[in-house]
Design a binder for this molecule. Structure first.
Ligand code: G6P
Length: 501
């Protein structure tokens, strides 16, 4: 049975990673492995519904360009299960080039630079060349997928439908210009949009990148450019005006380039709220043994997340308020990430040493202050951690949005709600005002906020959490998706954007 689609054209989603990874089994065949985050959960059903496509890197080298992508397993309940293999376009890049692109330019240059940490960034012609090359490979894939989509639409007599190409994140900032040029030459109809999931830096930082003009023009190849918050939009507009001489309208978020008007939009991403809420209701109790209060941290092991400052603040708490010794623990989950990059290896070392030192300093025969999990945990377990923690510390030094803050909120049981400690340097920090906001660089104040969080009376915790939950429930990831897609004209504007349930 074919379901009537709400979309007036197919969507071609383009992201560095596909919504699942491929693994090669011992018998040599391929299998899908799920790695569904919030974006995948929200976007995948729409791609399936509109008969669209997803272009990205499958995490593995295929035997050939034509190696068949397996369908999902029959017992697969994940959001990608309905994505047919002919809707998936795996991108293949020679490993050496991919390494320079991914480890070199994406993670060695753009990641630190866009998080306003230019001292950590490296700049090289060679890695930027690889970045351009990979973006061109993606652009080729996009064009092939677009031609296929248009042929299908023409066959169905839908000559007025223009597919939406939706490019995601800093790994693919140049793809749109190439696609636009070829599409215009060949008369291929399409709409193009971009969403940046990380911060966009100020002009002073952006101009450090030697080829900043190319990056700005690349993004402006799209018709609609989305960021999480107004500040990032304004930074982007400022860069376009000062570097490219574009005419910009800061109140209506518009930018003009070569006679085209590009719409810029701030749209904070949300989470699949009801899914997390339900998971936490059903997850078995795993914590709160011995009546200890849990202080929770959950992050990719990344220097932008402020893990070192956080652990130091916890140490300061134990120094200043020894009454918490043996009464609370810090449970820090650090998910391994980008382990081939030097900065990430150094951070791993630093954390190991710091935690070892603090545990050595404060441990008692039956109690250690820090429990450190360096690895992945399931969403079910995570939701129980969220629910059973007294305090969550979401204290990045810089972060595009930060979804951990939102997941923590969704998982709270209002009969005993936890306290969220949040950094103002996360996109979420500007909106989730009912959290305890703390500057992660001020260790002394940070320790005081932790103390306050651990002692906060029930009524205050409840009041804060009720407000936080209401907002995140209303502005969930489905709301984000629908708002974005209606802004670009792929969903009719009269769709009722109520959050998913
Ligand atoms: C951030 C970025 C994503 C990226 C993710 C994981 O959330 O915005 O684009 O996929 O980190 O990083 P990785 O390098 O493992 O893809």
């Amino acid at each position: 049975m074919t379901m009537k689609s709400r979309f007036n054209a197919p969507i071609i989603v383009v992201s560095n990673r596909l919504p699942f990874i491929l693994v090669r089994k011992e018998d040599g065949t391929l299998e899908r492995k799920q790695c569904a985050g919030g974006l995948v959960t929200a976007v995948c059903p729409s791609v399936i519904e509109c008969n669209g496509k997803w272009i990205g890197w499958p995490g593995i080298q295929l035997k050939s360009e034509d190696e068949v992508i397996p369908e999902s397993n029959p017992d697969d309940k994940s959001p990608t299960a309905g994505l047919l293999s002919n809707q998936v376009e795996p991108v293949q890049v020679e490993p050496k080039i991919f390494d320079k692109f991914y480890n070199g330019c994406c993670n060695g240059t753009f990641w630190p630079l866009f998080h306003s940490m230019p001292d950590r960034a490296t700049f090289s012609n060679e890695t930027y060349e690889a970045y351009k090359q990979v973006n061109d490979i993606f652009a080729e894939k996009i064009l092939t997928a677009l031609r296929k989509c248009l042929a299908q639409l023409d066959e169905e007599g839908r000559m007025d439908a223009a597919p939406l190409i939706w490019i995601h994140d800093y790994q693919l900032m140049l793809a749109a210009t190439t696609v636009r040029r070829v599409a215009e030459d060949e008369g291929l109809r399409c709409k193009m949009s971009f969403f940046m999931h990380i911060p966009f830096p100020s002009w002073d930082i952006m101009r450090i990148f030697p080829w900043d003009d190319e990056i700005l023009e690349g993004i402006l190849g799209c018709d609609l450019v989305g960021f999480h918050i107004d500040d990032y939009c304004l930074n982007f507009l400022d860069c376009c005006q000062r570097r490219l001489g574009c005419r910009v309208d800061r109140s209506r978020f518009l930018c003009e380039l070569d006679g085209r008007t590009i719409h810029v939009k701030s749209l904070p991403i949300g989470i699949p709220y009801s899914q997390f809420a339900e998971m936490s209701r059903n997850a078995p109790k795993v914590l709160k043994e011995k009546e200890q209060q849990i202080i929770l941290g959950v992050d990719r092991l990344d220097y932008t997340k402020g893990l070192v400052n956080r652990v130091k603040a916890f140490e300061r708490l134990l120094e200043k308020h020894p009454e918490h010794i043996e009464k609370c623990i810090l449970l820090q989950v650090a998910v391994p990430s980008r382990t081939d990059v030097k900065e990430y290896q150094a951070l791993k070392e630093e954390m190991d040493q710091l935690i070892g030192r603090i545990n050595g300093r404060f441990s008692k025969p039956n109690w250690s202050p820090i429990r450190y999990i360096y690895g992945c945990i399931s969403q079910e377990q995570l939701s129980a951690f969220y629910r059973d923690s007294a305090v969550a510390m979401v204290t990045p030094l810089r972060d595009g949005m930060n979804l951990v803050a939102k997941e923590f909120v969704a998982c709270q049981d209002l009969s005993d709600p936890g306290v969220l400690i949040l950094s103002p340097f996360a996109g979420a920090g500007g909106m989730m005002q009912e959290a305890l906001i703390v500057n992660p660089y001020e260790i002394e104040e940070f320790a005081d906020k932790l103390h306050r969080g651990l002692q906060m009376p029930f009524d205050e915790r409840l009041l804060r959490m009720k407000h936080l939950q209401r907002r995140e429930q209303a502005m969930d990831v489905t709301f984000w998706l629908n708002t974005f897609l209606s802004a670009v004209g792929i969903l009719p504007c009269d769709v009722n954007y109520s959050p998913s349930n």
